[in-house]
Ligand binder design. Structure first.
Ligand SMILES: [Zn+2]
Length: 336
């Protein structure tokens, strides 16, 4: 018997093997941190791994699924597992949540021989929460294993990373990801969806389920219509208002990166928004570095503001981005 997650998501099999055998051989560090982009299955992997750590009869490097501990785990009510995640997607992990870890570590395990804390995404901790977690990392408890994952390791405190055993989770090779997607979806535009998901297969599934791809194709069409003055931009913005603003901002972000890739001479296959390649190429030919940089910074600022407590108005941000983009298109049009 092998782990379910390694069968279902084959690109995770090597890392599962490593973690699982280290646990069986009792060589596992008290704190581990999985690093890799979103949509690879890091959280699912750590959930199953926490089941293995709590399982009373681990069989062939996988949880048995039948012991009392596994039953509690599957019912979602294992007292020796503490999940620490943002209360709302995209929000912060608060210091009160980290304080629960300290209490949890100080109690004895109730059903299993171990206790597990699963925390992520680690970058969702603000500075106070991260500093509070450091205390738990500095005073390891022999009974508790901390399992962390992060989609954005560059925004983590160096002291957090240095106190964990790090494991990189790599994006699968393009063809493996595409094959997997084809086995799990009958959608016709899987190449384009996988590109939007940056090659992360679970992210691609998520895009399909939320019909983000339909909106993406509409977004591209709208951008062409606006460029050719076939559409009115306030009506277009009104339509986009109904969509999740996160994605619209992401597409502008990718467009700017595509311009920079084009200017750096990277091949067109490396572009994320291939459907809008003619626009990014036109901007790349004529645009000024300062203008692109200011769009880039505006996007990063709004991203930070969204993760924090403040509530920027996404409609206004998108409006400004669209005006900037159209002006870059117009300006580059004049200069060629
Ligand atoms: Zn079990």
């Amino acid at each position: 018997m092998s782990a379910k997650v390694a069968q279902a998501l084959p690109w995770l099999a090597p890392i599962w093997q490593r973690l699982s055998s280290q646990a069986v051989e009792r060589r596992l560090s008290h704190a581990i941190l999985l690093l890799g982009q979103e949509g690879l299955g890091k959280r699912v992997l750590l959930r199953e791994f926490s089941q293995q750590l709590l399982c009373l009869h681990v069989t062939d490097n996988a949880p048995c699924g039948a012991c009392g501990s596994c039953h509690l785990f599957n019912a979602g009510s294992h007292p020796d597992l503490l999940m620490v995640e943002p209360e709302e997607a995209g929000k912060q992990i608060k210091i009160e949540q980290i304080r629960k870890i300290t209490d949890f570590v100080n109690t004895t395990a109730q059903r299993a021989n171990n206790k597990v804390v699963l925390l992520g995404p680690a970058e969702a901790m603000n500075i106070n929460a991260a500093n509070a977690l450091l205390k738990s990392l500095e005073e390891p408890s022999s009974q508790t294993t901390l399992l962390l994952y992060s989609h954005q390791p560059s925004s983590l405190l160096a002291t957090i990373k240095s106190r964990c055993q790090l494991y990189a989770v790599y994006t699968p090779p393009w063809q493996q990801a595409l094959n997997w997607l084809q086995q799990n979806s009958e959608h016709e535009s899987l190449q384009s969806i996988l590109r939007l998901a940056k090659g992360a297969p679970l992210k691609a599934i998520n895009l399909l389920e939320q019909e983000i791809h339909v909106q993406y194709m509409q977004f591209c069409q709208d951008m062409f219509d606006l460029q050719q003055s076939k559409a009115n931009w306030s009506a277009t913005l009104n339509k986009w208002k109904a969509w999740d603003s996160h994605w619209v901002m992401m597409w502008f972000y990718e467009l700017i990166l595509d311009v920079q890739k084009t200017q750096a001479g990277l091949p067109s296959e490396s572009l994320a928004m291939q459907e809008l390649q003619s626009q990014s190429a036109q901007v790349a030919r004529g645009s000024q570095y300062a203008q692109l940089q200011s769009m880039h910074e505006r996007l990063l600022d709004s991203q930070k503001a969204q993760q924090g407590q403040s509530n920027p108005n996404p409609v206004l941000i998108i409006e400004t981005l669209l005006i900037d983009w159209l002006s870059l298109l117009g300006q580059s049009g004049r200069s060629t």
